[in-house]
Design a protein around this ligand. Sequence first.
Ligand code: FES
Ligand code: FES
Length: 169
Amino acid sequence: MKRITDSEQALVATTVNGRARTFSIEPRISLADALRYELGLTGTKVGCEHGVCGACTILLDGEPVRACLMLGVQAAGREIETIEGLAEGRALNPLQAAFHRHHALQCGFCTSGMLHSAIGLLRRNPSPSRAEAREAMAGNLCRCTGYETIIDAICDDAVAAYAKEQWHE
Ligand code: FES
Ligand code: FES
């Protein structure tokens, strides 16, 4: 197999929000930067860039991952979901709607990552307790809300009904 040097471009074929996407990047580029700068998906935010804040969390093959800790080339052949694919047409999806209803965001910088971590939890457990939600969201930092409204949104009855229908029936 040919080795790729740092200055060479690698061609990466992946699926993003249900669409086949191919992009060309230097192998040193993170997946977060590849999504933002190669595919224009700037809803994935970059905060700390070393795996601490959770702002860059996306779904990779259905599981939440820190896109700043992965290389773009590692996305080859994988299924990626970003915030741009979450709404249902022009309507917020039920989890987004619950964040809106409960005022679970202010500046919104953390929100994309919060939503993806919450989806990871709801896929495993459609109606988490507040303690379970707090634990699952412990790796996502928010400087605005004080977290309580985020937990309110994740534990909302409409979100539990949505999660059961989506992932547990
Ligand atoms: Fe990835 Fe902070 S930017 S965890
Ligand atoms: Fe501002 Fe969370 S809403 S950081």
